[in-house]
Design a protein around this ligand. Structure first.
Ligand SMILES: [Zn+2]
Length: 601
């Protein structure tokens, strides 16, 4: 062996047995990494000064108790750079086989050439460990003393499954190749590679795509860390949103909204210059205006906080939209302009929602303030013959309820909605709004026994949603069978108790898919066959949030192998109780004959 090579090798071996340094990962990266002109607009020593939110992510590379790290980050937030820096630290300080997966091989190759290898080659401690055989330093695989590093495209399943790794980095996971029938998908295949290691680390980064995409699912399953910033005016903690009432993010109550001069809209559309200059965040606590120039200081004093208390602490997940990025192209003014421009584009908001807000596309901006199709009325004109229906959705310790008034033929209007604590409160509300007990019902999908007994006590009936499309009903008189989106059963709620035989109640089953389609149709006042109205003062953001809590999506049924369009919740945390109440009211109106099914079908 050549003397120089031998010495270098021995040197490297000695370094292997060095204890991990006491310095933090961030300190090590800032001391040992250089960025060239290809990497950044500001070449020179690597620094986290402008992006302090990446520091905790870097430290997680050192923390053996963290198994997985999911970064659901927007564009321009330095997520890939942070993975590169953490990887360089790992290869030097905690050597073990590592793998970097990108959507495809070409992307991985050019990423290696233009970004990763230049970073590695300028990193002295890593180059000391570099294998001197030049055949072991290739574009897609590099050997170091103590570790082998490979880059792979998600579209090469054979490579994905080929070797065990201790560190697995998956970049842009939501663009990974779809699996064919027989193979596990790329993510699963890659994750299997870490099984033989005692403390492997799996890191995923991506801008999200759909709610079913890997990054969003992993984010929701993890700790859901969010980056909290101090308001420069009142020092209260805030998180940056765009329009909190339309966000797919679970609500924290401290979301700052992005605002701009509404007068910047002229007859020919928005004056983007004015929008950009006037854009600012509004503090949810003090209503103060927060300007882009405060961003750097706010970021420096920001802190990551876990917002999912139920998560396994080993599964860290973080969310960061592009509004946190410190660069000029991510200024709040530019974001506001980008939002308005995408809103007016043919392609719509999907790219903005995924790439900039770092949220899955759940049509959250569809039917916005200007685009609402529902009929909102300013006052209740008195009508001769009306039927009021009260429906309630039972939760653990409260009930959501609505009162909707119908006239025969189906024209209806929402006259009240709210939330109350007990069934006794609901009975008071029923009396106040002069609803007949016969037209009052509570959802029995939750705590059925209690609901049945409360219904018997107050003379109401029970109601429950069902996944069936319809039920066949026989009309004995006319000797006909037909299908209806509801059905009724009468039963004894006290069966098996000492009160058995004293009272009977009814339970109305309604078809989730059919009634939701009907409600959707009625909500569009341009095309609805009957008027379905909301009194103006009831049409609040909260009401619309519930009403928009579900959207129709393609769902794959593995049993039938078919894709079905179904109403699904926008997210686990997005409330939809008033939507259910509105559906129940329609089912009741149909059952009692006020709303004629034939007029809708
Ligand atoms: Zn404030």
């Amino acid at each position: 062996m050549h003397e120089e090579v031998k010495e270098a090798l021995l040197n490297g071996v000695a370094k292997l047995f060095r204890r991990p340094p006491k310095t933090s990962v961030t300190e090590w990266c800032e001391a040992n990494l250089q960025l060239g002109t290809i990497q950044t607009d500001t070449p020179g020593q690597y620094s986290t000064r402008l992006t302090p939110y990446v520091r905790d992510v870097l430290e997680d590379f050192k923390n053996p108790s963290i198994e997985s790290e999911t970064l659901c980050f927007g564009a321009q937030t330095a997520k890939t750079m942070t993975m590169m820096a953490g990887l360089a630290w790992s290869l030097v300080n905690k050597p073990q086989p590592a793998m970097w997966v990108m959507p495809n091989k070409d992307l991985a190759g050019s990423f290696s050439e233009t970004r990763l290898q230049p970073l590695f080659m300028d990193c002295e401690p890593l180059m000391e460990l570099k294998h001197h055989d030049r055949h072991k330093w290739k574009r897609m695989s590099m050997e170091f003393i103590g570790s082998v590093f490979a880059l792979i495209g998600s579209n090469s399943p054979a490579n994905l499954a080929s070797r065990p790794v201790g560190i697995l980095i998956m970049d842009e996971t939501d663009k990974f190749a779809e699996s064919s029938d027989k193979e596990a998908n790329a993510l699963e295949l890659a994750e299997m590679r870490t099984k033989t290691f005692s403390s492997p680390k799996i890191l995923k980064t991506s801008t999200p795509s759909t709610p079913e995409g890997a990054i969003w699912r992993n984010f929701l399953e993890g700790t859901m860390h969010r980056y909290f910033l101090p308001c420069p005016e009142c020092d209260g903690e805030i998180v940056l949103s765009l329009n909190p009432s339309k966000s797919a993010m679970p609500k924290l109550g401290c979301e700052a909204a992005l605002k701009w001069d509404q007068k910047a809209r002229g007859p020919n559309g928005w004056d983007y210059d004015k929008v950009e200059k006037s854009a600012h965040y509004e503090c949810p606590h003090c209503k103060g205006k927060i300007w882009d120039r405060s961003k750097t200081k706010m970021l420096r004093n920001g802190v990551w906080r876990q917002t999912n208390p139920y998560a396994d602490p080993r599964q860290v997940s973080r969310h960061l939209p592009s509004s946190y990025a410190p660069w000029r192209k991510s200024s709040w003014g530019r974001l506001a302009v980008e939002f308005l421009k995408s809103m007016e584009s043919l392609e719509g908001l999907k790219g903005f929602i995924n790439g900039t807000l770092a949220e899955p596309d759940m049509a959250q901006f569809e039917g916005g303030d200007n685009g609402r199709k529902e009929a909102v009325i300013t006052e209740l004109t008195p009508l001769v013959k009306t039927y009021r229906i009260l429906t309630a959705d039972k939760q653990i310790d409260h009930l959501w309820w609505i009162v909707r008034e119908f006239i025969p033929g189906g024209h209806s209007r929402l006259v009240a909605w709210g939330k109350c604590d007990t069934e006794d409160d609901l009975e008071t509300i029923r009396a106040e709004h002069q609803v007949n007990p016969d037209l009052t019902c509570v959802d029995s999908g939750y705590e059925a026994t209690t609901v049945y007994q409360e219904c018997a006590r107050f003379g109401w009936f029970a109601i429950r949603g069902d996944d069936a499309e319809s039920w066949v009903t026989h009309d004995k008189e006319n000797k006909k069978s037909f299908e209806l989106p509801y059905r009724v059963r009468i039963f004894d709620p006290y069966i098996g108790t000492k009160n058995q035989g004293k009272k009977k109640i009814a339970e109305l089953r309604w078809s989730n898919p059919s009634i939701k389609d009907i409600l959707h149709r009625l909500r569009n006042s341009d095309t609805s066959p009957v008027r379905w109205e909301i009194l103006e003062n009831l049409a609040t953001d909260e009401y619309w949030r519930h009403l928009d809590g579900e959207f129709k999506d393609k769902v794959f049924n593995p049993r039938t192998g078919k894709i079905k369009h179904m109403w699904v919740k926008r997210s686990r945390h997005w409330p939809n109780h008033l939507l259910d109440c509105e559906c129940m009211a329609l089912a009741v109106a149909m059952k009692v004959g006020i709303l004629k099914t034939k007029e809708i079908k």
